[in-house]
Design a protein around this ligand. Sequence first.
Ligand SMILES: [Zn+2]
Length: 118
Amino acid sequence: MEAAFIQKMKELLLSMKQEIVDKLIASDEEFRSLFEELEPRDQADEASDDTDRRMLDVLGIQDMKRLKAIDNALIRIEQNRYGSCVKCGKKIPHERLEALPYAVLCIDCQRVDERKNR
Ligand SMILES: [Zn+2]
C-alpha cells in the first residue's frame, strides 16, 4: 500500500483520536497524563480496569470502542500491516478505509463478525 495513502489515513486517525481525547481531558484533568503523547503504544494491560471504567463513564461504549479501534489501526500502521484484514490477510479496499479509517477487517470478515455478534 502506498505511503501517501497511509500517511493520509494516519493523520485522519490521529485527528479522530484527538477529538475523543479532548472530550476525556475536558471532563477530567487526570486523563491528560494518559494521553500526553498521541503516538500509539502497545496498550496491553496498560490502562487499568479502573481507568477503563472511568473512560467508559465519560465516553460511552461507542467512543470507547472507536478509541480502541483507532489505536489498533495506528499500531498496525507502525507495524506496516495497515490495510490488510486481520482475519484473512486480504487487502482492504481504499474506499472502505477512507469511509472507515480504523477498519481492520475486510467487508467479508466484518459481515461474518457481525452475524456472530448478533
Ligand atoms: Zn478478511
